[in-house]
Ligand binder design. Sequence first.
Ligand SMILES: Cc1cc2nc3c(=O)[nH]c(=O)nc-3n(C[C@H](O)[C@H](O)[C@H](O)COP(=O)(O)O)c2cc1C
Length: 180
Amino acid sequence: MENLHELLVNRRSIRRYTTQEVNADDVRLILEAALMAPTSKSSRPWQFIVVDDKEMLERLSQCKPAGAAPIAKAAFAVVVAVDPTLTDPWVEDGSIAAAYMQLQAADLGIGSCWIQVRGRFMADGITPAEEHIQELLQMPDTLPVLCVMTFGYKDEERRPCDTSKLLWEKVHIGTWKDVE
Ligand SMILES: Cc1cc2nc3c(=O)[nH]c(=O)nc-3n(C[C@H](O)[C@H](O)[C@H](O)COP(=O)(O)O)c2cc1C
């Protein structure tokens, strides 16, 4: 286990996975991370659908024409859905849970990638990507899908973050002002 800073430096989105399966204990730890994530007023408005069936993963990857290919080759994916009737910051609540899963996965040496679903459309440009997912997974059509998180052992090397290139100009100390 790395320390948290090293883990943050080394975590990169991984979109290519080996065929090695992730053992059930590690899948469980990743979901535990999601379930421990903070939520506004502790509303815990999320639902997580774990998918490891290869054919289903392939079909889910067709939810949008670009940027969803990693789903097809993932060892497993977690569909993150959030009920907006339970809390107004539902996007934030779902996002934090998704990020927690990525960090837990990274700590286990498992690669991951966020695949955006909210606000995205299928190849026809009209059908919301989430409709495809809701239908395939027999979900309520009233439950928005935020993203699909893909997980698997890395089949690509990514360079760690270059901390010398961090955008410190985005940080303002005390008041809004440009960094000299
Ligand atoms: C809100 C959000 C949406 C994203 N959507 C996608 C996506 O649909 N497909 C994809 O391959 N990567 C997606 N990513 C991953 C980003 O492209 C990636 O995090 C970014 O390029 C920075 O790279 P890094 O994660 O390796 O540091 C998304 C990330 C976030 C946070």
